[in-house]
Write a protein that binds this ligand. Structure first.
Ligand code: SF4
Length: 249
């Protein structure tokens, strides 16, 4: 299947809605060009490259969700890293945040390997799927509200497709927390009002789902000790427990 080119918000909505399953959705996402600033940035980074990766061909396109087709655990991040997912084509793969995340997922039994380096490396998630709230790498890791909203239909459709078997969703960082709760409300789920506040190890029941919050494993957090490996294991271990049918609080 060739990816259709979504040239604006209306196309994103239409192509997301029209994707009958995850395979079609993954393909449709990769053709998206709806956010001019992000398209320019992702492609500029892919052309100019970081010196350490000068011999590699960067992906330079939107990053689809990745992992199990029928997950019980969904991990939601902010957006791909310029030289991580935007280089390798796989979410959280090839950057320091991903190194932390995959090591922890492996420790708690949600990933078969402790590292994720490139497509075809043997890595696989166990009952788990990962998605980004915004599918293209943004400058300074900061999408605008318009870009977030333009990209939302991709997240909405992915959520809709995985919700039937999902037990727990983990938001990495405050941006993902807000995007996830907003998307769950759009799915018609009873998100509490006022909106629960984000925090590390925050836990909220949203209908049949448990939503967990974790500080994002960004270098800003891991270098400063704001997020430690045991802290990340605590939240992802809780997700693994709930995902396998363990009891809620
Ligand atoms: S951020 Fe989302 S909506 Fe914008 S171009 Fe990328 S995939 Fe398309």
């Amino acid at each position: 299947m060739t990816a259709p080119v979504a040239g604006g918000p209306g196309d994103v909505q239409a192509y997301a809605l029209r994707s009958p399953d995850l395979r079609h959705l993954e393909t449709a996402v990769t053709g998206c060009r709806a956010c001019p600033r992000l398209v320019a940035w992702r492609e500029q980074v892919a052309r100019e490259k970081r010196r350490a990766y000068a011999d590699e061909t960067y992906w330079g396109r939107p990053i689809p969700g990745w992992g199990a087709d029928r997950p019980t655990v969904l991990v939601v991040g902010l957006a791909p890293a310029a030289h991580g997912g935007n280089r390798t084509g796989r979410i959280f793969t090839g950057d320091r945040s991903g190194d932390w995340l995959f090591a922890s997922l492996h420790r708690v039994g949600l990933a078969v390997l402790p590292t994720s380096t490139h497509a075809g490396d043997g890595q696989a998630l166990v009952g788990t799927r990962m998605v980004a709230a915004v599918r293209c790498a943004p400058p300074d890791n900061k999408p605008t509200p318009v870009e977030r909203d333009t990209c939302a239909p991709w997240l909405d459709r992915e959520l809709e497709l995985v919700l039937p078997g999902l037990r727990v969703a983990v938001a990495l960082g405050a941006f993902a927390w807000q995007a996830l709760l907003t998307a769950l409300a759009r799915q018609g789920l009873p998100v509490p009002r006022p909106r629960p506040r984000f925090g590390h190890a925050a836990e909220v029941a949203v209908g049949p789902l448990t939503v967990l919050g974790s500080f994002h494993p960004s270098q800003q957090n891991t270098f400063t000790g704001r997020l430690t490996a045991p802290m990340l294991d605590q939240v992802l271990g809780r997700a693994a427990h709930l995902g396998s049918g363990g009891s809620t609080l």
